[in-house]
Design a protein around this ligand. Structure first.
Ligand code: ASP
Ligand code: MG
Length: 416
């Protein structure tokens, strides 16, 4: 017998028919002798609908009031699921975040979990009940309802699993796992049986949107084994088979031994590049350029400073494409004159492609293989950045899909 947390996304909870299927699946796990806690999302479209109502009243609603209503979708879900379980003869009880309590800070619409009280949930489980807890919501020290940011139910589920020291957190969703790359770009992308949480963090931050990134951080910090699997399968499929399906986010690098050096190819289409040309090369220059950009709340990703020639250098960095104009305005506004740069150039049609894999730590030649593959396709590399388990290049957006396909093949990631 084990304590297991299930999380169901909005699509899985999308209609009463689907909720009945979730109940069947949950009952199957409970019948097998496990203690089960379920953390569902709101029914699909519901959170958008209620936030839309708020915006009809005012363009910039008060975040406290917004959380008050945005959190209600999950409250409907948990109640319906408890009823669906009771209707098939199971004992089930639902709780809102504040009833547990899931304590957060007071950063409305993007609150962070501070602590979870496990007493009530443990007592219910020991009494044989299935416990259902709202995803996405918590409560601050003053008793105000908070939410964890869009997609936050993933984080709720992993946090609840960590607090209860669950054996595993199963994230049921409308895809059947994590892939070597986006199957819409590479049709023979392969589903991974395991991925380490560090790789998952890199892939998630690079745009593979299977999980809210904070849930992966949580899984890493608390070493909570977390599995992404399909909720679209037959709810009554054999449990042993279901328990092994999908992709397990693991912490053991040796579970990885059978896999290739590279785990996946990630990409991000929406990048923009900015170059400050002819900058006097003196202490403080990087700060004088990037300080105002950071103050404008713009996230900077890749950074390069060239060798200086006759005391002048060029300084290049990337920002999310949506922030490109704002960043240019900041630089043209005061920074350029202040630091005495010659000019500022930009390109908002660039993309980032990365190879990711913990195997890089123990293998040489990954970078050269990557660069050779791109050169054989005639793709020019504009910028390069690396971490211990990732090499990223910035290229013209026209070649992004070509680069992803060529690298996927070069590193042998396709379906056997
Ligand atoms: N219902 C929330 C949202 O739509 C949280 C979630 O689904 O994870 O963002
Ligand atoms: Mg989601």
């Amino acid at each position: 017998m084990a304590l297991i947390v299930h999380k169901y996304g909005g699509t899985s909870m999308g209609s009463t028919e689907r909720i009945k299927n979730v109940a069947k699946r949950v009952a199957k796990w409970h019948d097998a002798g496990h203690q089960i806690v379920v953390v569902p999302s709101a029914m699909s479209g519901e959170t958008n609908r209620i936030i839309g109502l708020a915006k009809e009243i005012m363009a910039q609603p008060d975040p406290r009031e917004l959380d008050m209503i945005a959190s209600t979708g999950e409250q409907v879900s948990v109640g319906l699921l408890a009823m669906a379980l009771q209707a098939i003869g199971k004992q089930a009880v639902s709780y809102a975040g504040w009833q547990v309590a899931i304590k957060t800070d007071s950063a409305y619409t993007k609150a962070r979990i501070a602590s979870i009280d496990d007493a009530k949930v443990k007592a219910d489980l020991d009494a044989g009940k299935i416990v259902i807890i709202t995803g996405f919501q918590g409560v601050d020290d003053l008793g105000n309802i908070t939410t964890l940011g869009r997609g936050g139910s993933d984080t709720s589920a992993v946090a609840v699993a960590a607090a209860l020291k669950a054996q595993e957190c199963l994230i049921y969703t409308d895809v059947d796992g994590v892939y070597t790359t986006d199957p819409r770009v590479v049709s023979d992308a392969r589903r991974l049986n395991t991925v380490t949480f560090e790789e998952m963090l890199e892939m998630a931050s690079l745009g593979s949107k299977v999980l809210q990134i904070r849930s992966v951080e949580f899984a890493g910090n608390y070493r909570m084994p977390t599995r992404v699997l399909s909720s679209l399968t037959d709810p009554l499929m054999p449990l042993e088979e279901e328990a092994k399906s999908g992709t397990l986010i693991s912490f053991e690098e040796d579970t990885h031994m059978e896999q290739a050096t590279i785990t996946g190819i990630a990409f991000n289409r929406d990048e923009a590049k900015i170059t400050v040309l002819g900058v006097p090369d003196r202490p403080g220059i990087a700060y004088q350029i990037l300080g105002p950009v950071a103050d404008a709340n713009i996230e900077v990703d890749m950074i390069i400073q060239n060798q200086s020639v006759e005391g002048k250098t060029d300084f290049t960095f990337t920002v999310p494409r949506g922030e490109y104009q704002k960043a240019m305005d900041v630089l043209e506004g005061s920074v350029k004159a202040h630091i005495g740069a010659a000019s500022i150039a930009g390109d908002s049609k660039v993309s980032k492609v990365s190879v990711v894999g913990v195997g890089m730590r123990s293998h040489v030649g990954i970078a050269s293989q990557m660069f050779r593959t791109l050169s054989e396709e005639g793709i020019n590399i504009q910028m390069i950045s690396t971490s211990e388990i990732k090499i990223s290049v910035l290229i013209d957006e026209k070649y992004m899909e070509l680069a992803v396909r060529a690298l996927h093949k070069a590193f042998g990631l396709e379906n056997a």
